[in-house]
Design a protein around this ligand. Structure first.
Ligand SMILES: [Zn+2]
Ligand SMILES: [Zn+2]
Length: 325
């Protein structure tokens, strides 16, 4: 074990020229208002895999889902706290920040995605204002799901889902599985279409109806959440939405999606983009056991085996893979 305060370098997963390597790099320097955090566990997200393909054109330490402990900060109360952190680093001054939308800050940096080194490392930094202290009821494994769960919960802030609504979730990836569970807390009529019997079984155990690709294509839905991570997902959603329905789009991918705009116009479909969401609500859901994520982890690798971990995460059968520095 190295001594935390004296370490001059640390191990980190670096993305460069679409290649990932595990390297010894300088410790991050702590900027004003930031905390130095020792990463306890990190989660591999689909966004990380898309970034390796070229999405966001990022170079440096990747990763944005983490739980860690504060080791250094000017505000002593935070030292030793177990934390998760919001990934958008905002200026708190621009028009969008002032309007209460800091995640849309015009000069934002995004942890491990845009202008800010990420969490697949022994140490990381983040502004104190981004941190949330974890209650003891939430384990480290559950805590890594706070960020993606918050992204799933963002949907509830964007569209009103009532008990009588029939909602389709397209995609049984990491995010799709969380979204289906979140929507199930609002309406019993959630239906998830995916490609993987094992992942769909996880939803069935939670009372969610599922179906493998290509089944029952005639049923139309009031609302669809597109979480396929695939450029073709939106067209599929347009095939299955009722007139005047809402499609929430969650997929981010490297490349373009050709959408038939006329169909949207004729059927008066609303297309709603959806990104990061409320951490407080995610912490609340996990603390009160409204969502169970514990059976969603397929692997947990040390940082030096990040290549293997990413390979496993890429496999379509895999749900969630962790890295433990
Ligand atoms: Zn993510
Ligand atoms: Zn701003």
């Amino acid at each position: 074990m190295r001594k935390q305060n004296r370490v001059k370098t640390m191990q980190a997963v670096i993305l460069k020229d679409r290649r990932v390597s595990v390297e010894e790099v300088p410790m991050p320097s702590v900027e004003e208002g930031e905390a130095l955090i020792r990463v306890s566990k990190a989660g591999i997200c689909n966004t990380d895999l898309e970034m390796i393909k070229g999405y966001m054109d990022f170079e440096g330490i990747i990763g944005h889902e983490f739980v860690g402990r504060v080791v250094e900060t000017p505000v002593k109360d935070w030292i030793g706290k177990r934390v998760v952190g919001e990934i958008n680093i905002s200026c708190h001054k621009c028009e969008m920040c002032q309007a209460g939308y800091p995640k849309h800050c015009s000069s934002r940096r995004v942890l491990g995605i845009q202008g800010k080194e990420g969490v697949f490392a022994e140490f990381m930094t983040l502004p104190l204002s981004n941190l949330h202290s974890l209650p003891s009821e939430i384990s480290d494994v559950e805590a890594v799901f706070v960020e993606p769960l918050a992204a799933a919960l963002e949907i509830l802030d964007q569209v009103q889902i009532r008990k009588e609504h029939e909602v389709l979730v397209l995609g049984d990836g990491k995010l799709g599985l969380l979204i289906a569970q979140v929507i199930r807390t609002q309406t019993p009529d959630v239906f998830c279409v995916g490609h993987h019997p094992r992942k769909l079984a996880l939803l069935q155990r939670r009372g969610i109806r599922t179906c493998l690709k290509n089944c029952d294509r005639d049923q139309k839905f009031d609302m669809i959440v597109e979480a396929t991570g695939n450029p073709k997902g939106i067209s599929e959603a347009l095939n299955r939405i009722k007139p005047r329905g809402k499609i929430v789009v969650k997929s981010t991918f490297y490349g373009q999606s050709g959408i038939d705009i006329s169909r949207m116009v004729i059927n008066e479909i609303q297309l709603i983009g959806s990104r990061c969401g409320p951490f407080e609500k995610a912490l609340d859901f996990l603390k009160n056991k409204l969502i169970d994520v514990r059976d969603m982890v397929d692997g947990d690798y040390p940082l030096e085996e990040a290549q293997e971990a990413l390979e496993l995460a890429k496999r379509t059968k895999t749900i969630k893979v962790f890295l433990t520095p």
